[in-house]
Every structure is written in structure tokens, then in C-alpha cells.
Design a protein around this ligand. Structure first.
Ligand SMILES: Nc1ncnc2c1ncn2[C@@H]1O[C@H](COP(=O)(O)OP(=O)(O)OP(=O)(O)O)[C@@H](O)[C@H]1O
Ligand SMILES: [Mg+2]
Length: 374
């Protein structure tokens, strides 16, 4: 298979600040069940937004509502300067791609892609259609496959054809519902980058559903994390990872440490038998949980570092580019603390005597890495 593969542009910015798709207060009920509860979301022109969340949280329902395949019970949808809230699907001007390739098995690749053009608004001559199909197949790296049937293609190739079909009429919005989840890991990673490259090259406003946090991190300019029919946080991958807005978001994205605390005063909290300093601007709860990412745990801190205490290495997992240590500390009874460290810190531990023994090593929880939640 020949690939038209080029590096993903370094820019993570949408190409303008102008909102293209505006979702306002969308509610959707199925009988007594509320699938979407007051969902609002602005997608900028040319931006790639991922809807991320666990199974059943309402991702597909939101995408189908935007596509006009479900009718909202309340709320408005705008695309560009058009109110599309009540338009039928064919008048909404989007391309859509689902998990299953949904190609017509009895049509050739060419006819499958051209099918998207029939559905489009513009009337094209046979020749123009032929040229457009060739262009689209070239774009997804499948030049020369015109005469094949879907059954003669791999899953990844079929999904490329489906993508070519969705993009052929130059829709102003691309809607993707787990388009890669049926593919094996390698093909999937490759297509993640390729879809992103095409999306950026064509500056096509894209909303993509996924339940895979890594996929969302790789592909999205911004991520909307959904839970039980609501958006819990909408931000860049970095925002969401570094400053999760809720315990749900913190746990859904990446690894977390949770330490129950009671407040002593101002910026001092008691955790186990430790007194830890937190940022004064953290919420003033009498008690709650401290959240901290494993890579924020500092090993071998300076002697005067705040929040320094001794811990013992009880387990370690090799993660390829780093190690994840499980630490236990006398001052934190019943708790295991995860710490991600790079190879050099790990070598230093390896060379030490007693890191696994009762003596242990010095670690610290830097105050700026500690976030307070209920
Ligand atoms: N047509 C329907 N009738 C009744 N309930 C529905 C219907 N469609 C969806 N639901 C319910 O709405 C909720 C959200 O479903 P949705 O398909 O949007 O979830 P999802 O986030 O896409 O999940 P997944 O990751 O499993 O695809 C689920 O509880 C589902 O059972
Ligand atoms: Mg779904």
C-alpha cells in the first residue's frame, strides 16, 4: 500500500478564533432517560475537537443530534451563520464516518466515493466526478484502487475509502464516531496522524468521538470530556491533563494519586501523619482529597524542599521510556503512592542500598503539583 504520509503540522491551533459550530443547551431524552443534559460547546473554524468519555456517556447521541439523525428536546445548533437546529440531515452540510466502514459491498471503491458526491449539493459532470474521486483516493493513499471492491481491502483501507467518501463533497463539517476503534493498534496510530494531517490541510472543522484518551490527546486541538450526558471539562489536552476540573476528569485521563486530607490552617493540610503545604489559592475545604500526577512526585529532592518525607519502593513497572514506582511511606499508612521517573532517577535508585528496605529514599510532593478536590 502506498501512503501519502507527511508529518503532522506542529501547530495545535485552529486557524481562526471564529466559532463555526455552536452547540447551545442541548437536551436529549429517550423516554424517562436523559442522555444529554444542557450540553454547550463551541468549535472554532478549522478546529479538531474530540468528545471523550466512557461508554454510554452520550457521545454518539450528541454527534447524531448535530448530524440531525436525532432531534433534540431543547437547545440550538448553529453552523457558520446558519441555524441548523431543525434542518434535515441532508441540508446540514457535513461528512460523517462511523466505526463500521459502512461501504456498499456491491459497489467499487470509485462508486463508493462518488456516492458521496451524488449526495452533495453541486451537480458534477461524469468527468469531474471521476477526477474528484481520483483526487480523494490520492489524498487517502489509495490511488489505483478505483476498481476494487470493499471486500478486497483491509479494514484500514476500507476506512480510508469511507473517509474519502465523507470528504469528497467538501463538507464544511466532519463528524467522526470512533472511526478507528475497529482497527489494530498500528494501523490505528498511523490513521490518527493521517486524519489529523488531512483535517489541518483542508482546515475542516471536525468533531470526533472517542473513548480512548490517548487518541484524543494525539488528535485533538481541544477535548470535551463527557460524563453522564454532560460536558465536565472543555479545554486543550494540556489543560485537561494538568488542571482537571473534577475528580472524574482527573481519573479518566492519565494516572492519579489521591490522598485524603484534613485542613490544619490556611495552606497547611494533614495527610496521614504528615503536614503538607498546598498552594494558598486552592479551595478552602475542611477536608477532601489531594490529587497529584505520578510524574509530579519528586525523587531525591533538595534537603530544604517542602513536603519532603521518606518512602520505600515496593514495586516498579517498566513503561518503555520511564519507570512507574509504587511507594509506601510510614507517614502515609495504608496508601500506595505512584511515581513516574525517568531512567536516570531509576538508575540512581538501583545503585542505592536500602531503597526497598525500611530506610527508603527521600521524596517530596511539590506544593504546586497538589490540587484539592472534595
Ligand atoms: N435510541 C435510543 N433509545 C434509548 N436509549 C438510547 C438510544 N440511544 C442511546 N440511548 C442511551 O443513551 C445513552 C448514551 O448513549 P450513546 O450511544 O450516546 O453513548 P456513547 O457515549 O456513544 O457510548 P459508547 O462509547 O458505548 O459508544 C446510553 O445510556 C444509551 O443506552
Ligand atoms: Mg458511541
Amino acid at each position: 500500500m502506498t501512503q501519502t504520509f507527511s508529518p503532522v503540522p506542529a501547530s495545535r491551533q485552529a486557524d481562526s478564533d471564529e466559532t463555526f459550530l455552536s452547540v447551545r443547551g442541548i437536551e436529549k431524552r429517550f423516554g424517562a432517560f436523559t442522555a444529554l443534559e444542557s450540553v454547550s460547546l463551541d468549535v472554532k473554524r478549522g478546529e479538531m475537537v474530540c468528545l471523550l468519555g466512557p461508554s454510554g456517556c452520550g457521545k454518539t447521541t450528541l454527534l447524531r443530534t448535530i448530524a440531525g439523525l436525532e432531534r433534540q428536546d431543547a437547545g440550538q445548533l448553529h453552523a457558520g451563520d446558519r441555524d441548523i437546529s431543525l434542518l434535515p440531515p441532508q441540508a446540514r452540510d457535513y461528512g460523517i464516518l462511523f466505526q463500521s466502514y459502512a461501504l456498499f459491498p456491491n459497489l467499487t471503491v470509485e462508486d463508493n466515493v462518488a456516492y458521496g458526491l451524488h449526495a452533495g449539493q453541486r451537480k458534477l459532470s461524469r468527468q469531474q466526478r471521476h477526477a474528484r474521486v481520483a483526487e480523494m483516493l490520492g489524498m487517502v493513499g489509495l490511488s489505483g484502487s478505483e476498481r476494487k471492491y470493499p471486500g478486497q481491502l483491509s479494514g484500514g483501507q476500507q476506512q480510508r475509502v469511507a473517509l474519502a467518501r465523507a470528504l469528497a463533497p467538501s463538507p464544511s463539517l466532519l463528524l467522526l464516531d470512533e472511526p478507528l476503534s475497529a482497527l489494530d493498534a498500528q494501523v490505528r496510530e498511523h490513521l490518527q496522524l493521517e486524519i489529523r494531517r488531512l483535517q489541518k490541510e483542508f482546515r475542516i472543522t471536525t468533531l470526533m468521538v472517542t473513548h480512548d484518551q490517548e487518541e484524543a490527546m494525539v488528535m485533538a486541538d481541544r477535548i470535551a470530556v463527557m460524563n453522564r450526558g454532560r460536558i465536565e471539562q472543555f479545554g486543550t489536552p494540556g489543560d485537561i491533563y494538568r488542571r482537571p476540573a473534577s475528580p472524574f476528569v482527573a481519573d479518566f485521563i492519565g494516572q492519579s494519586n489521591w490522598l485524603p486530607f484534613t485542613r490544619i490552617s490556611g495552606s497547611q493540610v494533614a495527610v496521614g501523619s504528615l503536614q503538607l503545604e498546598i498552594q494558598p489559592e486552592e479551595e478552602e475545604l475542611a477536608s477532601g482529597r489531594l490529587f497529584c500526577r505520578p510524574e509530579a512526585v519528586e525523587l531525591f529532592p533538595a534537603e530544604q524542599a517542602t513536603n519532603r518525607f521518606r518512602a520505600r519502593v515496593v514495586d516498579r513497572i517498566y513503561l518503555g521510556n520511564r519507570y512507574r514506582l509504587a511507594l509506601s511511606a510510614e507517614a502515609l499508612p495504608g496508601q500506595t503512592l505512584l511515581a513516574d521517573v525517568m531512567g536516570d532517577a531509576h538508575e540512581r535508585i538501583d545503585a542505592m542500598h536500602g531503597a526497598n528496605g525500611p530506610e527508603g529514599i527521600w521524596i517530596s510532593l511539590p506544593r504546586q503539583a497538589l490540587q484539592v478536590f472534595v
